[in-house]
Structure formats: structure tokens, C-alpha cells
Write a protein that binds this ligand. Structure first.
Ligand SMILES: Cc1cc2nc3c(=O)[nH]c(=O)nc-3n(C[C@H](O)[C@H](O)[C@H](O)COP(=O)(O)OP(=O)(O)OC[C@H]3O[C@@H](n4cnc5c(N)ncnc54)[C@H](O)[C@@H]3O)c2cc1C
Length: 421
């Protein structure tokens, strides 16, 4: 009955206010860990399928008309951000008691994939909000922090995850930002770089060292709010791709933060960063799968329509083989991403699998978007068609949330352990 109500509403286009309203009007309670872990990976539960369809419809109708404008303006449309919140896509795993959608990690993964098929920049916003920002608060926040921040994260406030600095990227815990204690407060000084969504974020998770002599064991996670004295969002990077997603430099000049705004324990920031980036990588894998699939969805129909030598270019065997290989690779990457998401939901080890999924999906997205441009011929090289944007957008896949080299190093560590016994 539950799914019949939801499906009929979806068919009737009644998701205007999205998942949040559907959840409320149908008394529908989404549960965690509801995915079927024993079935085929590509078969989604009813709830997951519903989420996927809702997000897909939303993306087509609400995001598609804005893609070019946002890419040119280097900014995500303000009204679209509001709609993402109203539709429950910014608080997917946040409990309903805090105003979230109360759904699962798999639903977050599917949401990122579906949005990336349409506009990868918007998927950066939704991905980082759900898999990093919200997850840190859900799993590490204390009762007071959850009560204060989860309703905002679910309903109207974007968050940023501030780890990287000008001199520390892959070597993240060599960070130089400091937090000096004075009574009940800490004073944060330093500069962060490459911080996604910081052009519009209201809440910042800032990793700073309370005792440089302790190395990574001094790294602590603080919550900083946008309007705090001494905090400023500076230069927005002019990037190759993901242009609408704001990536900025942040300055901290004696920013005073109360000790109640420490997430987890003092000196445990490095664990928080490592743990949540491990999960976050699954989101990047999903994003890369979405980009590759979105690009194929725009390209394969063209190969069926375009005629050369009296037949469609799809019908040349050499084209068919390339297309079949690309579709197979995307499906492989997707299954790796889904499997890793299900490992997370089942509370099973997933670090090696997440590194593999992120590495492989990024590689596939790069290859597939590149050959899609080849298959389009000359028009694929123009901005009149979407392939060039997918190609530019996916180039960040092997870089952020841990470069490909760092993923391969992680995978190799596991392989060594497994064979060294
Ligand atoms: C668009 C974008 C958004 C981002 N968003 C965020 C964000 O929201 N929050 C945040 O904290 N950071 C963010 N980042 C930063 C990102 O995580 C870093 O760029 C990334 O970790 C790489 O660091 P780096 O740029 O300093 O490169 P470097 O670490 O200098 O690496 C350069 C090259 O050296 C290689 N290399 C380095 N060390 C090793 C090694 N030990 N073995 C083998 N090879 C190695 C790397 O693989 C890479 O190829 C973002 C970056 C971009 C581009």
C-alpha cells in the first residue's frame, strides 16, 4: 500500500515539494539498513528505487534548464539550492525528528549518481553535504550539537569540510592551521584551500592542530560558523570543470571557537577525517558513474541517428565494440560502488573496496567521456553538446578526496597484508 501511494503520487507528478512532503503526507517512514543485501546488486529495494526515480525526475525538470547558466556563472542557482533542501536531498540520512529524510547511505549514493548524470557540479554539493557534512554530525556530534546543527543541515544550511591547505593535500595531516587554547576557547589561525561549497556554506568543519609537536595526534575538528569574527571566504578558484561548484580559499585570523564546538575528542580529528573520507569516496565513485552514464545517455542515441556511408554509425562493428566496452566498464564501476555502499550499510569493512571503487570509477569516467566525444565527431568538440562538460567535470575524480595514487597505495597495503600472512 505504502509503495502504491508513493508510486501514484510520483506518476501524478506530486513530488513538487519532494520527498519531505511525501514522507509527511503519507506517514511514510523510511528505515535505515533496508537494502536487500542478499539480492543481485543491481536490484534496488522499493525504497531505493523510489528515491532514484524521484531524484531523476527532479534533476531532469529542475536542474537541466539551469546547467549552462550555472556553468557560465560559476555558481549554483540560489533557488535550486532551496529546492534541493525542500525536496529532502540535502538531509537524506538525517533522522526525520531533525527534519531529514531518514533514509539510507545507499539512497545517498543513488541520489549522487542520478544528479551527476545531469549536472556533476550539483552532485558535488549534494554528495559532500550528505556523505561528509551530515554524516560527521550524525555519527560524531554529541546530543547538543545534533540538536543545534542537524535541523539546519537538513533544512537550509550547506556545510563544508575543511582539511586541505596550500602546503598539505595528499599529506593532509601536515596541516599548518593551529588552534590555541585559552580558557574555554580556542583561537584558530591559518588558511584552508580547495574547500568545496564554501561560497555558500554556513557551517564549516575545520581541522586544526592544537599541539603541532604531537603531529597528526594534535589534529582536532572544530565547527566554525560563517559569520564568526576573523573568518573569511576568499578567492574562488577558476577551474577546468565543476565550475558551478564553488571551491574557495578560507582564512582564519584568530577565530574564537568555544570548546563545545569541538567534534569528537581533542586530537582525534585525523581519525574523523580518515573515516569520513573513506565513506565519502563512495560518493565520488557514484558521481563518476553518474557522469559516465549521463554522457553515454546523450551519446548513444546520436550514434544511432547519425548516418555515414549509408548506415547509422552505431552499426559499424568497430563502433559497436567500443560502445559495448564502455557500457560494460560503467556497469562494472557501478557494481563496485553499490557493493561498497552496501558494505557500509551492513557495518562490514569497506576501506579497500571504497578505494577501488573511487579509483576505478574515476578512471572509467575519464575514458568513457573521452570516447563519447570521439563518437560524436566534430560536434562533440563544441559546447553545443554536453559531452565536453562531462569530460571536463570528471577530470577532478582522480584528484579530490584522495588522488588515484593514494587510492592505489591504500589498495596495495591491503593486498600486501592479505598475502603476507
Ligand atoms: C575541485 C576540488 C575540490 C576540493 N574540495 C575539497 C574540500 O571540500 N575539502 C578539502 O579539504 N579538500 C578539497 N580538495 C582538495 C583535494 O582533496 C586535494 O587537491 C587532493 O587531496 C590532492 O592534494 P594536492 O592538490 O595538494 O596534490 P598533491 O598532494 O600535491 O599531489 C600532487 C601529485 O603527487 C602525487 N602524490 C603525492 N603524494 C604521493 C605519494 N605519497 N605517493 C604517490 N604519489 C603521490 C599525487 O597523487 C598527485 O598526483 C578539493 C580539490 C579540488 C581540485
Amino acid at each position: 500500500m505504502r509503495s502504491i501511494i508513493l508510486r501514484s503520487q510520483l506518476k501524478a507528478g506530486l513530488f513538487i515539494n519532494g520527498l519531505n512532503n511525501l514522507v509527511k503526507c503519507s506517514n511514510y517512514k523510511l528505515r535505515r539498513n533496508q537494502s536487500s543485501t542478499h539480492g543481485p546488486l543491481s536490484i534496488l529495494s522499493e525504497d531505493e528505487q523510489f528515491f532514484k526515480e524521484t531524484v531523476s525526475k527532479f534533476s531532469q525538470e529542475q536542474i537541466t534548464p539551469l546547467i549552462k547558466k550555472m556553468d557560465h556563472e560559476h555558481k549554483i542557482d540560489d533557488e535550486l539550492v532551496k529546492k534541493l533542501f525542500e525536496n529532502g536531498f540535502m538531509g537524506i540520512e538525517i533522522d526525520q525528528e531533525y527534519g531529514g529524510s531518514g533514509s539510507s547511505f545507499m539512497s545517498s549514493t543513488l541520489t549522487v549518481e542520478e544528479i551527476a548524470k545531469v549536472d556533476p557540479s550539483v552532485s558535488v554539493l549534494v554528495d559532500l553535504q550528505n556523505t561528509l557534512g551530515n554524516n560527521v554530525m550524525i555519527k560524531m556530534g554529541n546530543k547538543e550539537q545534533k540538536e543545534k546543527y542537524l535541523p539546519r543541515l537538513a533544512q537550509n544550511t550547506v556545510s563544508s569540510f575543511c582539511l586541505s591547505e596550500p602546503s598539505s593535500g595528499s599529506d593532509a595531516f601536515a596541516l599548518k592551521t593551529t588552534a590555541k587554547k585559552d580558557g574555554d576557547h580556542y583561537y584558530i589561525n591559518g588558511t584552508k584551500m580547495w574547500i568545496s561549497n564554501s561560497d555558500i556554506a554556513g557551517i564549516f568543519y575545520v581541522f586544526a592542530n592544537v599541539d603541532i609537536s604531537k603531529g597528526h595526534k594534535g589534529v582536532t575538528c572544530f565547527i566554525v560558523e560563517r559569520d564568526q569574527e576573523g573568518f573569511s571566504v576568499a578567492k574562488k578558484e577558476d577551474k577546468l570543470g565543476m565550475k558551478a561548484s564553488g571551491t574557495c580559499v578560507l582564512h582564519f585570523d584568530n577565530v574564537k571557537v568555544h570548546k563545545d564546538n569541538i567534534i569528537g575528542k581533542i586530537g582525534e580529528g585525523y581519525k574523523i577525517a580518515i573515516n569520513f573520507l573513506n565513506e565519502g569516496r563512495i560518493g565520488i565513485g557514484a558521481q563518476m558513474v553518474g557522469i559516465a552514464q549521463g554522457c553515454l545517455d546523450h551519446t548513444i542515441p546520436y550514434t544511432l541517428e547519425r548516418k555515414q556511408f549509408g548506415s547509422s554509425i552505431f552499426d559499424f562493428q568497430s563502433m559497436q565494440h567500443q560502445i559495448a566496452r564502455a557500457v560494460t566498464e560503467v556497469e562494472t564501476a557501478r557494481l563496485m560502488v553499490y557493493n561498497t555502499a552496501r558494505l557500509v550499510e551492513a557495518d562490514l569493512p569497506f576501506i579497500k573496496e571504497a578505494a577501488m571503487a573511487k579509483y576505478y570509477a574515476s578512471e572509467v569516467a575519464g575514458k568513457v567521456t573521452s570516447v563519447c566525444i570521439d563518437w560524436m565527431g566534430g560536434v562533440g568538440f563544441t559546447t553545443d553538446y554536453p559531452q565536453e562538460k562531462f569530460y571536463r567535470d570528471c577530470k577532478v575524480g582522480p584528484i579530490y578526496e584522495g588522488t588515484t595514487n593514494m587510492q592505489l597505495t591504500t589498495i596495495a597495503k591491503f593486498i600486501k597484508k592479505e598475502y603476507e600472512k
